[in-house]
Design a protein around this ligand. Sequence first.
Ligand SMILES: [Fe+2]
Ligand SMILES: [Fe+2]
Length: 274
Amino acid sequence: MSLKDQVDVARQLLANYPVVTIPREVMELRKLLDLYEFPNPSKIKELVSTSPTLAGDLVALANKLSQKKPQPKSIQSIDAAIDFLGLKNIKHYVFCVQIQKMLDASPVQGLSYHSIVIADILVQLSKKLNLLNTAEAYMFGLVHDIGTFLFAELDKLHPETFVASLMNHYQVHQDEYARFGTTHSAVGYVMTKDWGLKDEVCKAILLHHEDDLKRIKDKDIRQLTAMLELAHVLALENKKNILETELPVLYEDTIQVLGLTEDDVNQIRRQVHP
Ligand SMILES: [Fe+2]
Ligand SMILES: [Fe+2]
């Protein structure tokens, strides 16, 4: 089945089962922030402060990210949170806190944990590769498997299969297609396109279980896809019985596309598995 057909089926299903709805104020805030090339801190503070929950969530996220720095500091105010997260990144982090809540509330076992682990690794990889900024990389990780939400809605037993699906990176699409006529990657693509995420990021989500990266003609999309797949290798390589046959192939392909050496990857490994 072609990718186009998978996307079409995903779009039809989402029209009938709108499983994830981003709150209106978050979408409005994102659109408003898009208007400012050089955002004014007081304007952003004013916008964020219209939702006390959002403001609190941003402070909590800033604290969480600060803990990963060599010299973590306690962030107590929205001003300090905006300062720490960076003006240009706030629109991505506003989105991140919303997605994080949805992941935490999801019945899909292991999805929230997996998404955060991948997001953290993508942040480290993005610093090395300069393909995305830190905020975009974190969001990329959080949303990459968001399409699973739809299958959890269609089949109440599906949430229990997510962790098992991680053991077979290439097979998971075939299984999903046989059951639902589409894949979590195609569903995630439609969702993230609708939310207005960067086109290359949406396409990398669509392709993130691709077994032959050479088939991806666009260099940016190929590299983002490789970055996401390499993050899976680094997240799963220490687990027993996972991807034993697929891991080495996935690893070699991705580091070749990304132009990374074994030393580069070891450096990332030390950061993600300290
Ligand atoms: Fe996936
Ligand atoms: Fe994943």
